[in-house]
Design a protein around this ligand. Structure first.
Ligand SMILES: Nc1nc2c(c(=O)[nH]1)N[C@@H](CN(C=O)c1ccc(C(=O)N[C@@H](CCC(=O)O)C(=O)O)cc1)CN2
Ligand SMILES: [Mg+2]
Length: 287
């Protein structure tokens, strides 16, 4: 049976560290780090994530301000709000909760956020910084996944990491971080031929594709470390349950270590968002 990599425990450690660093920041600069969270529309999952972000921010001493906009808000109004937040010296971090309603252009709004306040690490300049190994704000979910890998494995150097999924917010930044950690990185996706045999070669397997229980035991090398980034909803006997991209029941019998869903990568995302907010505030104070 695989070791369970507990995201609740690891994220609680990170939050504790952020809270201590926030106290130090406040003492040094006499100001409180500020995070603006923008929620457009009524997507129930997004509402839960935003509520959790605001609650956790308070817990670590970061001031958060939530901006709730109607589902049919115009691109112009959203751009104007972001411009206002960019100019606000009390706001050090800005995030726009995704996904946005279809009529809005996500790329445009993400690139409207000042790169120094882009605590999601989605802005083109932060993406370029990560790709070229320069300092910048790194996306929260891949960053959290790396923390879990580092706590599980002594050294990542030379390990073969396979990332399933090529999204801009998880797959691509995850691959860049694994490469920085000296892994040999392969990305697989819906057009990959014989995806199972490629995955079976992985020492580290990261599933970030949004396809319920896609990865089964046949895809996993015995002893591999498996990071499940998927958050999918399944109905079991009429009850709504979360599950990942990995079939936990079968894979946990083969893998060396595995993250569960829920309680794995998810909690790391929010902890890293707050770590990024503090990092952004520190950088702005020394600019
Ligand atoms: N602007 C952003 N939008 C989105 C991001 C993001 O990082 N920035 N990521 C996801 C949603 N997300 C954060 O926003 C997120 C998803 C899941 C969790 C989490 O803690 N999940 C729990 C289960 C929670 C539940 O019961 O529903 C877990 O896995 O244990 C946190 C954050 C898309 N949008
Ligand atoms: Mg759109």
């Amino acid at each position: 049976m695989a070791t369970i990599i507990d995201g609740k425990v690891i994220s609680a450690q990170l939050l504790e560290q952020v809270a201590a660093d926030v106290i130090e920041f406040k003492a040094k600069h006499g100001i409180t780090p500020g995070l603006a969270v923008v929620l457009v529309g009524d997507d129930p999952a997004s509402q839960v994530y935003v509520r959790n972000k605001v609650q956790r921010a308070e817990q670590v001493g970061i001031r958060s301000i939530k901006h709730r906009l109607d589902a049919n808000v115009s691109q112009e109004t959203l751009n104007d709000l972001v411009a206002e937040l960019n100019a606000d010296p009390e706001i050090h971090g800005i995030l726009v909760q995704l996904p946005l309603p279809k009529h809005l252009d996500e790329d445009e709004i993400v690139d409207a956020i000042a790169p120094s306040k882009d605590v999601d690490g989605f802005h083109s300049l932060n993406v370029a910084a990560l790709a070229t190994g320069k300092p910048g704000l790194v996306p929260c979910t891949p960053q959290g996944s790396m923390t879990m890998l580092r706590q599980t494995l002594d050294d990542l150097t030379g390990l073969h990491a396979v990332v399933i999924g090529r999204s801009n917010i998880v797959g691509k930044p995850m691959a860049a971080l694994l490469l920085q950690a000296n892994c040999t990185v392969t990305m697989v996706h819906s057009r990959t031929r014989d995806i199972a045999s490629v995955c079976r070669q992985a020492d580290i397997l990261v599933a970030a594709v949004g396809s319920q229980k896609l990865v089964n035991a046949d895809w996993v090398k015995p002893g591999a470390t498996v990071i499940d980034v998927g958050i999918n909803v399944e109905m079991l006997d009429g009850v709504r349950k979360l599950c990942g991209d990995v079939d936990f029941e079968s894979v946990s019998k083969v893998a060396g270590a595995i993250t569960p869903v829920p309680g794995g990568v998810g909690p790391m995302t929010i902890a890293n968002l707050l770590a990024n907010t503090l990092q952004a505030a520190q950088a702005q104070m020394s600019a």
